[in-house]
Design a protein around this ligand. Structure first.
Ligand code: MG
Ligand code: MG
Length: 286
């Protein structure tokens, strides 16, 4: 059953999402080679509790931590641990906050230090695919329109693997509500998107094959070929002409750019490659 949100409920959810953004930004300030994801988890948890929120994931169906920290071949639901992060690692930080009766949910993938260009490109394309999905997330469209936009860009245009076993979701008073929000599908298929529907869109995109497996801990989802995977997530509300994005990456990106131990060059390289294309067209005209 889909629970459509009132205007007041949407504003409460925006506040929960804002706390998620701030918690992920706190993690972004902290990440560097030599620290652990367990330390990062504790920073996020303390921030959420100090601000009157409850970490949504802690004890959810028995999940033992406040944040999911998925490193390299871990796709999602990674356990924070005491392994130190090193140059070339990527870590997907997924956080939920419950406050005033409603959840917010968002995720962001960070690159630690010196990075392989192919991995930076995976991150860039995955993040862009989230916004391509959001562009389709308005009243009158169907879920398959979001799904198709993400799959077409990541899989067909860029040759990456789109995870099939895990999907985004509705959310509100519960962390997971109807409908499901897959990252693969056909245009014009699936549930109709209606004003007041709040969903988490969260592409999970693998550098290699789409196949995944569960780690021995029963939670961590890993890529079958052990290649890295990226994950970005926004909580959005379906509106008449365009989605209202309730979560935000603004503070996260600001912290990411300010942290010299993180590689945020993939945003810069987007602009660089556009300039290059523009220059070569100019040359052809001559
Ligand atoms: Mg999440
Ligand atoms: Mg989610």
């Amino acid at each position: 059953m889909i629970f459509y949100k009132t205007e007041a409920e949407i504003e409460i959810m925006r506040q929960s999402c804002s706390m998620v953004e701030q918690a992920i930004a706190e993690v972004a300030k902290f990440l560097k080679p030599g620290v652990t994801t367990k330390q990062a988890n504790d920073i996020a948890e303390r921030f959420i509790r100090d601000n009157g929120g409850i970490p949504s994931f802690l004890n959810y169906k028995g999940f033992p931590y406040s944040a999911c920290m998925s490193v390299n071949d871990a796709v999602v639901h990674g356990f924070p641990d005491n392994n130190v992060l090193k140059d070339g690692d990527i870590v997907s930080v997924d956080i939920g906050v419950f406050k005033n009766g409603f959840h917010g949910d968002s995720a962001y993938t960070f690159a630690i230090g010196e990075m392989d260009e192919r991995i930076l490109r995976l991150m860039k394309v995955t993040k862009e695919s989230l916004y391509r999905g959001i562009e389709k997330a308005h009243h009158g469209n169907r879920m398959g329109d979001i799904a198709y936009a993400i799959q077409d860009y990541t899989e067909r245009q860029n040759g990456y693997g789109v995870v099939r076993e895990l999907v985004g979701h509705g959310l509100g008073r519960s962390l997971h509500e109807d409908p499901q929000v897959p990252n693969f599908g056909k245009r014009g298929n699936g549930p109709k998107l209606k004003d007041g529907m709040v969903i988490a869109i969260e592409p999970m995109i693998n550098l290699g094959v789409k196949e995944v497996y569960y780690d021995n801990d029963g939670w961590t989802v890993r890529t079958k070929d052990r290649k890295p995977s990226a994950h970005y997530e926004h909580t959005i509300c379906i509106r008449k002409s365009k989605a209202d994005i309730l979560s935000s990456f603004e503070l996260i990106e600001k912290a990411e750019r300010a942290n010299t131990n993180l590689n945020s060059s993939y945003t810069a390289s987007t602009h660089a490659s556009k300039t290059k294309e523009a220059l070569s067209s100019d040359v052809l005209v001559m």
